[in-house]
Design a protein around this ligand. Structure first.
Ligand code: HEC
Ligand code: HEC
Ligand code: HEC
Length: 98
C-alpha cells in the first residue's frame, strides 16, 4: 500500500512537471507571489499556511491549476476563489492582491 502511494506520488510529480528535479516531499516555497505576464495585480499566496489544512492534490491536481504557470484572472480566481467561496476563505480583493 505504502509503495503504491509512493508510486502515484512520483507519477503525479512527473505528470505535473511542476516539481522539476525536486523530490516528492519538496513542499515548495512558504509564500509565493503569483502574477500574470502583464503583472498588473500580483497575488500573495501563503502556500505553507494552506498546506497545513488542505491536501496537496486539492490544488496541484485541480483542473484549475496552471501546471505551465500561466496565470490569468480566470485561472487564479477559478483556483483560489472557488475554494474560498466554499470554505469561507477571505474574498476581499486586497486579501490576495497586496
Ligand atoms: C491551496 C493550494 C495549494 C496547496 C494545498 C498546495 N499547493 Fe503547492 N503550490 C500551489 C501554487 C499556487 C503554487 C505556485 C505555482 C506557480 O509558481 O505558478 C505551488 C507551488 C508548489 C511547489 C513549487 C513548484 C514549482 O515548480 O514552483 C511545490 C514543490 C509544491 N507546491 C508542493 C506542494 C506540496 C508537497 C503540497 C502539500 C503538502 C502543496 N504544494 C500544497 C498551490 C498549492
Ligand atoms: C482548497 C481550498 C483553498 C484554495 C484552493 C485556496 N485557498 Fe486560500 N484559504 C482557504 C481557507 C479555508 C482560508 C481561511 C482559513 C485559513 O486562514 O486557513 C484561506 C486563507 C487565505 C488567505 C489569508 C491567510 C491569512 O493569513 O489569513 C490568503 C491570502 C489566501 N487564502 C490566498 C489564496 C490564494 C492566492 C489562492 C490561490 C493560489 C488560495 N488562497 C487558494 C482555502 C483555500
Ligand atoms: C482568493 C484570492 C483572490 C481574490 C480574493 C481576488 N483575486 Fe484577483 N487574482 C488572484 C490570482 C491568484 C490571480 C492570478 C495571479 C495574479 O496576476 O495575481 C488574480 C488575477 C487578477 C487580475 C489579473 C491581473 C493581470 O495582471 O492581468 C485582476 C485584474 C484581478 N485579479 C482583480 C481582482 C479584483 C478586482 C478582486 C476583488 C473583487 C480580486 N481580484 C480578488 C486571486 C484573487
Amino acid at each position: 500500500m505504502k509503495k503504491m502511494v509512493l508510486c502515484s506520488a512520483l507519477a503525479l510529480a512527473v505528470a505535473l512537471g511542476a516539481f522539476g528535479m525536486a523530490s516528492a516531499e519538496d513542499k515548495g516555497p512558504a509564500e509565493i507571489t503569483l502574477k500574470t505576464d502583464a503583472g498588473k495585480k500580483p497575488a500573495v499566496f501563503p502556500h505553507a499556511k494552506h498546506q497545513a489544512k488542505q491536501k496537496c492534490d486539492t490544488c496541484h491536481k485541480s483542473p484549475n491549476f496552471p501546471a505551465d504557470k500561466k496565470w490569468s484572472m480566470k485561472v487564479g480566481h477559478g483556483l483560489c476563489q472557488d475554494c474560498h467561496k466554499k470554505e469561507k476563505g477571505p474574498m476581499k480583493c486586497t486579501d490576495c492582491h497586496k
